[in-house]
Design a protein around this ligand. Sequence first.
Ligand code: PLP
Length: 276
Amino acid sequence: MLLYHDQIKKRSAVNIDIEDRAYQFGDGVYEVIRIYNKKPFYLDAHLDRFVRSSTAIKIELPYPIQQLKQLLLQLIEQAQLETGNIYLQISRGVAPRSHAFPGTIQPVVIAYPQNTNRPISALNEGVCAITTPDIRWLRCDIKSLNLLGACLAKQEAIEREAQEAILIRDGYVTEGSSTNIFVVHNQTLYTHPANHLILNGVTRSIVLNLADKLCISTKESAISEDALESAEECFMTSTNMEICPIVQINDKKVGTGRPGIMAKQLQEAFEHLIGK
Ligand code: PLP
């Protein structure tokens, strides 16, 4: 089952046009929304960001956001999705190929469910990461379909037998290829400020809130590549990876080489949220 425009249909009943601008220009935005126990997790925060991203690239939703919310809830129900995610995308629409925006066209909305389990072993054991230059554009705050910079970085990580690439711009950590990065230095939790150089993750905001509740001192301030090397702890956050410890960066252990205390504390608090 999937959502196409404002209807829930079988996948086989949907045809995507070869002149859809998502396909030719990456001209659209998207969201990935986690489903736990048949319920969407922080759906409103994802839909707010979806509206912010589409407004930033001048795509107007074809119907009210409340209607989209109802359709997504229907899709989750009909798909009987227990644990997984919903991929949601809007493209500017279909028009003969030309860079400038066409006149009035109908945006194309699609959403479909995916069955994916929680990454339990990565959460418990941690993962390895590499660092690589951040070659992406200067509007990383928009959740754009243009993901080539992220794909190249992730592929480099995989080829170097790591799971994530930590991106470095002008000597500072921005974020991961598909995650936000947190670093513990002198008992303070650092993450890049939510500006045009990163995607302001829904999980990132949850973690900053949980840290406050746990009286962990936080700073939204970019950390240098040098400081990253001497980090006491490092972890990445995203809808799919939750709060995942990074235990090795570029062949060097982070701290003891085991998931850190702050990551564990935050993971525990996060589990409570999921259970609610
Ligand atoms: N940063 C980037 C570049 C991402 O692609 C993602 C998720 O896809 C995130 C951060 C994490 O965002 P969220 O926690 O909303 O999934």
